[in-house]
Design a protein around this ligand. Structure first.
Ligand SMILES: *Cc1c(COP(=O)(O)O)cnc(C)c1O
Length: 446
């Protein structure tokens, strides 16, 4: 084994990794990256089909983003963000407000998706506290929702293989069924669907709304819960219920933000105006860690008071609004304009969708779903009964290994194989990715 890799295994504990597996299958040593390709030290390349965990937007080694980072580092690398401020943060906040759904006018910076969610939860909670509505302390989330790995974020996520061991540590929250059409929680077929899956939420709000602070939801796509794409009607319904029952709506766009779903923000598919929006993964196009929670004027006003009234939002992180990160994010927003990224993906997305439809007839494919430049294939043991694969079968690992042999980074969520493509992908690259992925999926049943 390579000397460096030996040291990796000696000193590093990798995330979401059973380190025992690493002895047989050590991590791949990446030396450089360009566009949507990763190059390892042995000269192999891999298509970064999952955008390096859903964050890379405009491709690796982008000259404009690199230039912005280099330029910023020459003047100011970091400064504390309480009592001090700087141009990159101010310009970025202005830019985010101009792009976000109307009404979201205040930007609170943090470092990653989980903290962006924690900030929204705490702001919502304290809003009601500051307003004297001290009973509104609970949150509602979806069964297959995912909002991060910190304790608060896990408390409002669905329980699964990743977090079940920590359940005794969670604060209690209400869970409602997810609009998972392929495995309809109401047992309905597509034809008979009248969006009954929203009714448990309505019932819960009718009974408990005076205790509820907020509903948290990933708009249009439940990401880590299984790349579940759901109808905009459901999102509209949730938004209307939140308004009707006087609870906040937190839109967690950490994964869906920045063009992934074909619109700048997934909320736009349903035309909703949430009370909070959480952003992170694509914010700097995957160059540096940064996150933002956007809130409304109304929320902000509930914290704005004489100091001794104890209404201040006491939350912050050391690297809040790091100037280099903010500069990378600003450059990314400029690239969206200059390269007309959103217009371009309107042409590419249908190719992805049509290409994926061809996977449907394969014996191990139960469902195919997609939105924008995200696509997912749910593998099943039995197509008729929709029987899922068990954890021991490690179907995901098989796909991962087969993918690598075909220059693809496929890192399935259990038995859900997905593509989360960088927005800069070219048509010929997409064709190649789809052809290779088809061979991989087909080989599972050969
Ligand atoms: C990834 C993700 C998070 C957590 O972001 P981190 O940066 O990994 O902490 C939160 N919400 C959603 C929807 C995500 O996909």
């Amino acid at each position: 084994m390579d000397k460096l890799l030996k040291k990796d295994l000696k000193f590093i504990w990798h995330p979401y990794t059973q380190m025992k597996d690493c002895r047989e299958m050590p991590p791949i040593l990446i030396k450089r990256a360009e566009g949507i390709k990763l190059f390892d030290t042995k000269g192999n390349f891999y298509y970064d089909t999952i955008s390096s965990w859903w964050c890379n937007v405009h491709g690796h080694n982008h000259p404009k983003i690199k230039e912005a980072i280099k330029k910023q580092i020459d003047s100011l690398e970091h400064v504390l963000f309480a009592g001090f401020t700087h141009k990159p943060a101010i310009r970025l906040a202005e830019g985010l407000v101009s792009l976000a759904p109307v009404g979201l006018t205040k930007v609170f910076f943090s470092d990653n998706g989980s903290t962006a969610v924690e900030v929204a939860l705490k702001m919502s909670f304290q809003y009601w506290h500051n307003k004297g509505e001290r009973k509104k302390t609970k949150f509602i989330s979806l069964d297959y929702g995912y909002h991060g790995d910190t304790l608060g974020a896990m408390s409002v996520s669905g329980v699964n293989l990743f977090n079940e061991v920590f359940t005794p540590l969670f604060f209690s929250s209400y869970k409602v069924p997810s609009p998972y059409c392929y495995r309809c929680p109401m047992g309905k077929t597509k034809e008979a669907c009248s969006m009954d899956c929203i009714k448990p939420l309505e019932k819960l709000l009718r009974e408990k709304s005076e205790k509820i602070s907020a509903i948290i939801i990933e708009p249009m796509l439940l990401g880590a819960g299984g790349m579940i794409v759901y109808p905009g009607e459901y999102l509209k319904g949730v938004s209307a219920l939140a308004k009707r029952f006087n609870v906040h709506l937190i839109a967690d766009e950490v994964a869906t933000g920045f063009g992934r779903t074909g619109k700048m923000f997934a909320c736009e598919h349903a035309g909703i105006k949430p009370d909070f929006i959480c952003l992170s993964k694509g914010l700097t196009s995957g160059y540096l860690p940064l996150a933002a929670t956007l809130a409304t004027d109304k929320t902000h006003k509930a914290f704005y008071a004489d100091y001794e009234k104890r209404k201040t939002f006491y939350h912050g992180h050391t690297y809040t609004a790091n100037p280099i990160s903010c500069s990378a994010a600003l450059a990314s927003l400029e690239v969206f304009q200059k390269e007309r990224t959103l217009e371009k993906i309107q042409e590419v997305a249908p190719l992805l969708h049509n290409g994926l439809e061809k996977f449907r007839c394969l014996p191990s494919v139960g469902d195919v779903r997609y939105i924008g430049l995200i696509g997912a294939i749910e593998l099943v043991k039995n197509k008729k009964t929709k029987q899922a694969f068990g954890i021991r079968e490690r179907i995901g690992l098989e796909v991962y290994k087969k993918g690598l042999k075909k220059n693809l980074v496929l890192r399935p969520l259990g038995s859900i194989v997905y593509l989360f493509l960088p927005l800069c992908i070219k048509k010929n690259e997409l064709k190649d990715v789809l052809n290779k992925a088809y061979v991989v999926i087909k080989s599972l049943s050969d």
